[in-house]
Design a protein around this ligand. Structure first.
Ligand code: C5P
Length: 222
């Protein structure tokens, strides 16, 4: 039996990609599988938390005991997260699209006869994890950072810029980790007394890794 160290806690987690419509049949998105966020949701339920999982389009089953809220775009994801507040812990694990179309075409975009290309105008999406971390009633807020170089420098600056309590940094250039994979290896970064501290969690299944990440969070929540 797992220690119920999150009993009575409300947890909100984002997972998967977002999909940003261009027209009625096309969208911008990414390859996020949602596996890490779903594993975190399952790990939190196992420890007695009440979990809302705000999920972009993925093909994973709902982990038992999890309240899944399906969304498509980043704007919808932010609204769904806000609808679940207040909470004790927010984990932003989704691969949120940074941009969306400035205007979604009502009809299918047509190609022109000319050989000229097509220019799409994009606007920035809200940063969900930073928005939640900036609230006066902020929960303990955890973000992810997928990097291909200078992992700790980039993740450390994200930790500060987004005002997170913890960041889970992922070197996605490594073989067998990250997007779509069943395994992952990460470094946790957080700040105590103005010092950045880190803990490396070695390559293991996303389920085992979710348990190790939640161990660290539960210690700091209580
Ligand atoms: O800045 P970057 O996208 O690398 O940051 C990744 C972290 O920020 C992840 O926790 C991701 O879920 C979150 N994020 C977000 N909203 C965005 C972009 C990223 O919550 N629009």
């Amino acid at each position: 039996p797992v220690h119920q160290d999150l009993a009575g806690k409300r947890v909100v987690i984002t997972a998967g990609p977002t999909r940003e419509a261009l027209d009625p049949v096309r969208y911008l998105s990414n390859h996020s599988s949602g596996k890490m966020g779903y594993a975190l949701a399952a790990a939190c339920v196992e420890r007695g938390a009440s979990v809302s999982l705000v999920s972009g389009p993925v093909t994973l089953p709902i982990p038992p005991g999890v309240n899944r809220i399906d969304v498509t775009s980043a704007t919808e994801m932010l609204a769904a997260v806000e609808s679940q507040l207040p909470c004790d812990l927010f984990i932003g694990c989704a691969a949120v699209a940074d941009y969306r179309a400035a205007a979604v075409s009502e009809h299918k975009l047509k190609k022109t006869d000319a050989d000229s290309g097509l220019t799409l105008e994009l606007v920035r999406n809200p940063d969900i994890v930073a928005t939640i971390a900036a609230r006066p009633d902020r929960p303990f807020t955890v973000g992810f950072a997928a990097e291909t170089q200078s992992l700790e420098t980039h993740a450390g600056s994200k930790l500060e810029r987004k005002r997170l309590d913890l960041i889970v940094a992922n070197d996605v250039s490594r073989e067998g980790v990250g997007f779509g994979s069943d395994d992952n290896a990460v470094t946790l970064l957080w700040k105590t007394h103005d010092q950045i501290r880190h803990l490396e969690l070695p390559l293991q299944s996303k389920a085992a890794l979710a348990g190790a990440i939640v161990d660290h969070i539960a210690d700091r929540l209580t």
